[in-house]
Design a protein around this ligand. Structure first.
Ligand code: AMP
Ligand code: ZN
Ligand code: ZN
Length: 415
């Protein structure tokens, strides 16, 4: 009798142990970690050999490059990755915007504007996920501070570039300690160091190399932490960038107000790679003709409706009626800024810029994917940043909202 009881206890104990180990393995649901390394040009992986990203690419997937959306600016492209929509279709057509319907202006440093839902169309992945019962957590990503369709990621942070990369990573890792019912499975992380160094010192500088190595070590910290917590099997890491970086000097700039009278314009966004001019009533033809006649061949002026179709922008009401678009390596500036650089002695300093034609090789973005869902040691043909939203939806097992991505271009990255 006691023997029988003992054997029953043993069987029960065995069953319990098996159940516990199944729970332990099954503890973490499939989790997408979308990481943005702002301004990481596609060729930086070879050029600077960051060890952790190189390992992830070798053991996972990389695209030869990812073609960003036009204009190759930060907010338009992050929100394209998040929504699968071209900027003309999601509304964030530049980092600086004027909305003719409301008269409001948008810029990255304007907190109220960044958090104002009127700018943000389409449906970002964190909203798609939460609408279908998942939880999202963001340690920065453009759009995550704003109520979109009345929703932010359940965990989100107001942007503060001074928060260290380690703190961003450690906080995201701590989310895996939350009870399952509160744990996000769609996570975003954002690092600006590479873009910042690229702007200040150019893409070919030691400073840019050092910035990439710094971000690389933060990503190693993330991978080590995921492994220590036993999340590595459940996690799908997608490392992207929003655009590349091109070197320029102010000495080679086009000083645009030499060619037309800026007082004919209601407003000008003096952005070096994508200058928007809003003419006063009745002055559009004058400004257009004056600039077109004198502009060097390194830049073009377009009327909004005549922008190349492949930019997917011409329908946007927020775009200025006139846009000046230089080739990479050239920036547009004005007399005041040129004179200031001359006075400071910085005319010949190499800087970096982006915003240029998205077909320009210097604007190519990075895509690396790592985790059990992805192929191993696979290099994909280039695809577009609009394609990433469908990939994240697929991995999370949720229905994607209508978008501009093409599944056939990206599906091969999965096993
Ligand atoms: P860009 O002007 O296109 O080079 O934008 C890059 C800058 O955007 C970085 O230096 C960041 O400081 C800034 N940035 C990134 N995310 C945000 C955010 N969520 N809110 C405000 N600024 C941001
Ligand atoms: Zn950027
Ligand atoms: Zn930048």
């Amino acid at each position: 009798m006691t023997k029988l009881i003992l054997s029953k206890v043993r069987i029960l104990a065995l069953l319990l142990c098996t159940a516990i180990s199944v729970i332990a393995q099954d503890q973490f649901d499939t989790t997408v970690i979308l990481i943005s390394i702002d301004g990481m040009r596609a060729d930086y992986l070879e050029k600077y050999s960051p060890p952790e990203l190189t390992r992830m690419a070798a053991e996972g997937v990389r695209a030869r490059w990812m073609t960003p959306a036009y204009p190759t600016k930060t907010f338009p492209n992050h929100y394209t990755i998040a929504t699968g929509l071209y900027p003309g279709n999601h509304g964030l057509i530049e980092n600086n915007m004027w909305d003719p319907q409301t008269g409001k202006t948008f810029s990255l440093s304007n907190r109220d504007a960044v958090q104002d839902p009127i700018w943000w169309g389409g449906e970002p992945i964190w909203v798609t996920a939460q609408k279908q019962g998942l939880i999202a957590g963001a340690f920065f990503f453009p759009g995550t501070e704003t109520l979109i369709e009345g929703m932010r990621p359940k965990i989100w942070k107001a942007y503060d570039g001074k928060i260290s990369n380690d703190e961003r990573v450690d906080t995201a890792l701590s989310w895996f300690d939350l009870p399952r019912s509160e744990r996000p499975t769609m996570i975003t992380l954002y690092f600006s160091d590479v873009d910042d160094a690229g702007h200040s010192f150019g893409p070919d500088s030691e400073e840019t190399r050092a910035a990439l190595l710094k971000v690389d070590s933060a990503i190693k910290r993330l991978n080590d932490g995921l492994k220590a917590k036993g999340v590595d099997q459940a996690a799908s890491l997608i490392v992207t960038s929003d655009h590349g970086m091109a070197p320029y000097r102010v000495r080679d700039a086009i000083v645009l107000d030499n060619y037309f009278d800026p007082s004919d314009a209601k407003r000008i966004f003096w952005i070096g790679e994508f200058t928007q001019i809003f003419p006063k009533p009745g002055t559009e033809d004058n400004i257009y003709d004056a600039i077109r006649k004198r502009l060097p061949s390194t830049a073009k002026i377009y009327r909004r409706s005549k922008l190349p179709k492949r930019f997917h922008l011409a329908n946007s009401k927020r775009l200025a009626p006139l846009i000046v678009v230089p080739q990479s390596g050239t920036v547009i500036t004005n007399k005041e800024r040129y004179t200031r650089a001359e006075r400071e002695g910085s005319l010949d300093e190499v800087r970096g810029g982006h915003g240029y034609d998205n077909r320009d090789p210097l604007m190519r973005a990075t895509f690396i994917a790592y985790g059990s869902k992805f192929k191993k040691g696979f290099t994909s043909k280039p695809f577009e940043s609009v394609d990433v939203y469908n990939l994240m939806s697929k991995i999370l097992g949720i229905n994607a909202a209508p978008n501009d991505g093409r599944w056939s271009r990206i599906r091969k990255v999965l096993k």
